[in-house]
Design a protein around this ligand. Structure first.
Ligand SMILES: Nc1ncnc2c1ncn2[C@@H]1O[C@H](COP(=O)(O)OP(=O)(O)OP(=O)(O)O)[C@@H](O)[C@H]1O
Ligand SMILES: [Mg+2]
Length: 453
């Protein structure tokens, strides 16, 4: 149901209008005092304003100006008894959505209203999307190292220079690549990412440069390559250290000539693509081991951004933690206002092998576990434990017995926190007797004192 605010000194007109619009499913609030309009707009939600041009005590155009200043997204349709072209032009210039004559037929009014509200909804949706995008790409960092990286981004973005971004896994290399794109002159052009580690070797050439139909078995239609898709924009070569030597040679050729050779195409094709590459590998060592071409390295490494690991910039931990608490509390609809000092301390002292990605995961889990509105020390260590043991799982260095023990300990610990240390409640929820519970807690050296902040 859409709500309309109609402002007119003619009460009869307002009555007629309300009943007409009610018939078309609009809720209309009519007022004949223009001075009240602004306070009503501040207080209640309206999707559109219908505004008389001439009223005693205030002229509609100046009210329009004030409404637009305070509520720029609400569309205002001007309605006038005796309109002149000059007033209509003035109203549109001041941001009116449209200008109608009082005698205009109802259909015209209804269509204008519908368009105005559609426009309002579109603006609102667009704002939400932009905010979401900005939040997703927002980079947090107050350490000297991050401040320097922000400067480097601002410096290199507007140039067309190639950029090489290095740093451990999860340090934010992709985020930096996107920030460079967003701040560049190519921001409205495509940003195309290639994950060099994920393409099977036999398909690399086709993925990079595309192919013509019938150029090899399985090429059932023309397929553009990533270079072509990124034309005019930015191509992000992620995990460049994983590119096989054979593909490195192909890539080098393109970077030298600015031309791509589509598989099966008779001619080469010029492309205008800005290259940003990233890797967590040590390319210098790879060059020495003859796994990465030195000439390609120099082509890519025109401007180098190195992101230090999180443990070397612990100043960034607290603002990142706060940022992601807000983010996940919002996402999970929980009222969490922060983290206990002891909990934060654990996070600051941790050495973060998985860097910001890991911190983000740990915070998301801590928010999930949190019982109160402040994340406790126990909830933090619980969340951290799950990540800490992750490498043991993935490297398969655990026996089954160790795994089961680990799982049991985790579960008991979680329950201990959930039941706030109440053993009776805990035994009940777990379906074991108190003696068994007591034995298990002793075995795993678990007590509520360790879990509290
Ligand atoms: N400075 C930062 N501020 C906020 N979030 C960040 C920051 N750095 C990284 N992140 C977040 O951490 C996660 C990992 O970042 P990203 O994917 O850019 O890392 P990466 O260096 O490309 O990692 P990998 O080498 O594993 O590909 C993302 O969710 C990203 O939003
Ligand atoms: Mg990455």
């Amino acid at each position: 149901m859409y709500h309309i605010l109609a402002i007119d000194d003619d009460l009869n007109f307002l009555d007629d209008l309300s009943s007409l619009l009610k018939f078309h499913n609009y809720v209309t609030r009519g007022i004949n005092n223009p001075h009240k309009a602004l306070s009503l707009l501040n207080k209640d939600k309206f999707h559109c304003v219908l505004l008389d041009v001439q009223m005693p005590g205030m002229d509609g155009i100046s009210l329009l100006e004030q409404i637009k200043e305070k509520h720029p997204t609400i569309p205002v349709i001007m309605i006038s008894g005796q309109s002149t072209l000059a007033i209509a032009v003035k109203a549109i210039k001041q941001g009116a959505f449209d200008f109608l004559e009082k005698g205009a037929d109802l259909d015209r009014l209804l269509i204008t209203l519908k368009n105005a509200i559609a426009h309002y909804n579109w603006l609102k949706e667009r704002r939400l999307l932009i905010n979401e995008l900005l939040e997703n790409y927002q980079m947090i960092g107050q350490s000297k190292a991050m401040q320097q990286i922000f400067n480097q981004i601002d410096f290199v973005a507007p140039t067309d220079s190639k950029v090489l971004i290095t740093g451990e896994t999860g340090t934010g290399k992709e985020l930096i690549a996107r920030a460079i794109q967003l701040k560049s002159n190519r921001s409205t052009r495509p940003f195309v990412r290639i994950n060099c580690a994920a393409i099977p070797e036999t398909l690399i050439e086709s993925v990079f440069f595309g192919h013509k139909k019938g150029s090899f078995t399985g090429a059932i239609k023309d397929q553009p390559g990533k270079f072509e898709l990124a034309d005019g924009g930015t191509l992000f070569l992620d995990e460049i250290g994983e590119l096989p030597l054979y593909a490195q040679a192909k890539l080098l050729n393109v970077l030298q000539d600015g031309e791509i050779e589509k598989i099966g195409a008779p001619k080469t094709q010029k492309v205008d693509v800005r290259i940003i590459a990233a890797t967590n590998k040590d390319l210098m060592t790879m060059i020495k081991e003859k796994k990465f071409r030195e000439d390609l390295f120099h082509r890519l490494n025109v401007f180098h951004i190195h992101v230090p690991p999180l443990r070397e910039r612990i100043d960034d931990v607290p603002p990142l933690v706060e940022h992601y608490i807000k983010h996940y509390a919002n996402e999970l609809n929980k009222k969490i206002v922060g983290i206990s000092p002891a909990g934060m301390n654990i996070l600051v002292q941790y050495d973060w092998p998985g860097n910001v990605r890991m911190l983000r995961n740990v915070v998301s889990r801590a928010v999930m576990f949190a019982q109160g509105n402040i994340i406790s020390e126990g909830e933090v260590s619980l969340a951290l434990d799950m990540d800490r043991y992750q490498p043991l799982f993935t490297q398969n260095t655990m026996t089954l017995a160790e795994f089961l023990e680990f799982q049991e300990r985790q579960f008991l610990r979680q329950m201990l926190i959930l039941c706030n240390g109440n053993k009776q409640q805990m035994a009940q929820r777990l379906g074991v007797d108190r003696a068994t519970l007591w034995r298990k807690l002793k075995r795993y050296n678990l007590s509520m004192a360790d879990e509290q902040s």
